[in-house]
Design a protein around this ligand. Sequence first.
Ligand code: FEO
Length: 170
Amino acid sequence: MLNEKVTALLNEQVNKEFYSAYLYLDFSNYFEARGLDGFANWYKIQAQEERDHAMLFYQYLQNNNAKVTLEAIAKPDKVLDSDMAVLQAGLEHELYVTGLINDIYAAAHEVKDFRTMQFLDWFVKEQGEEEENANDLISKMELFGSDPKSLYMLNSELAARVYNAPSLVL
Ligand code: FEO
């Protein structure tokens, strides 16, 4: 049996990850309208990964005999008024999600729930990668964003991103 608080936090995380997917779809939508289809592709794939994250939490709860409660997904609330604002919002969001994962980890640690800690280890690593990716995009945009030719090439690089299913299998 999972601890009540740990269960509640895991359940909330299902919602937060679906929200992340929703947020990144909004980012994709922004770049589609800008004509930057590579950036749009990058965030669309990011949204798919977030949906996968949500499903991993969902499945983990079910595997541990906890009933999942699905709540309403909030409307994406970031102000997307420039390319850089979108990238910054992405980093800000990932830092927030890292904090959420850490909070669940701490709650599991407190009740010696080693199984949940082990499950979360994958997410701890994943968050490191997500933050790095978000930082990389910001650095590249700072370097190349103001030059149309370089922006075109960066857009082409991001167009090449393909979806990979998560390496964690439950
Ligand atoms: Fe599910 Fe981008 O963290």
